[in-house]
Design a protein around this ligand. Structure first.
Ligand code: NDP
Length: 248
């Protein structure tokens, strides 16, 4: 029987590449999305065209009721969950601290942090041996920004990713005895639509010049690390961080 994986924010970018690589590795994949129904369906169709198994489920992972429904629908349609990729996230326009609003900070926190907690909770309830599960693996997508701080640009976004690093460390210890591994991938600059609304023309080109490898990474390069951490080859790895950042 195929292992089952959920990828939040699987309709585009890193999530879409991860869903495709997981399907190629033999997982039945649930592609979660927020608004982009057509893009999510395209990912599902591409996977099915290659002989894989995939479904798409709309849910705003920042909302508890949506997350509960997402996991219940996944249970019904694909069965026992083996792997969770917490990937859905938002960046928003560049903003210095003195211009930040509580509304913006709360939106970033709910999408980038609350969602990860809620999805981890639902996954652990299903995977934990204590609850009759058989174990599993979780990968949280954080960011190199968690270490760098993104001063003058995205200090709020970077802080949400710092929270994900701490969540990974704490949860990995909390559930290790339950047969659940929790790891983290920290991408650097990856060329996706997330940077389309950056507010500064040529921002991506400027950022590339600060990467030691002098280029942005691809979604597939991040997905490869995620698939490794979820798989049997990483069976004794938990609480670890893999930087996919071209040396940044
Ligand atoms: P994209 O903007 O390309 O895609 C974002 C995905 O998240 C989409 O599938 C979107 O769905 C989904 N999404 C957003 N909000 C929600 C929500 N509330 N509920 C459900 N789904 C949601 O992002 P990337 O692929 O670039 O980034 C993926 C992750 O990687 C993020 O966590 C990001 O912070 C992190 N990252 C990215 C880097 C980069 O340079 N690109 C660098 C470091 C980290 P829909 O299509 O329906 O809108």
């Amino acid at each position: 029987m195929k292992k089952v994986a959920l990828v939040t924010g699987g309709s585009r970018g890193i999530g879409a590449a991860t869903a495709q690589q997981l399907a190629a590795a033999g997982y039945a994949v649930c592609v979660n999305y927020l608004h982009n129904h057509d893009a999510a369906q395209q990912v599902v169709q591409d996977i099915r065209a290659e002989g894989g198994t995939a479904i798409a489920i709309q849910a705003d992972v920042a909302l508890e009721a949506d997350v509960v429904r997402l996991f219940a629908e996944l249970d019904q349609q694909l069965g026992k969950l083996d792997a969770l990729v917490n990937n859905a996230g938002i960046l928003m326009q560049q903003c210095r601290l003195e211009d930040l609003t509580a509304e913006r900070i709360n939106r970033l926190l709910s999408t980038n942090v609350t969602s990860y907690f809620l999805c981890c909770r639902e996954a652990v309830r299903r995977m934990s041996r204590r609850h009759g599960g058989t174990g599993g693996a979780i990968v949280n997508v954080s960011s190199a920004a968690a270490r760098l701080g993104s001063a003058n640009e995205y200090i709020d976004y970077a802080t949400t990713k710092g929270a994900i690093d701490t969540l990974t460390t704490g949860l990995s210890v909390e559930v290790a005895g339950e047969g659940i591994r929790v790891n983290c991938v920290r991408p650097g600059l990856i060329t996706t639509t997330m940077h389309a609304d950056g507010g500064e023309p040529n921002r991506v080109e400027r950022l590339k010049s600060g990467v030691p490898m002098l280029r942005g990474g691809t979604p597939d390069e991040v997905a490869a690390a995620i698939v490794f951490l979820l798989g049997d080859g990483a069976s004794f790895i938990t609480g670890s961080f893999v930087d996919v950042s071209g040396g940044r």
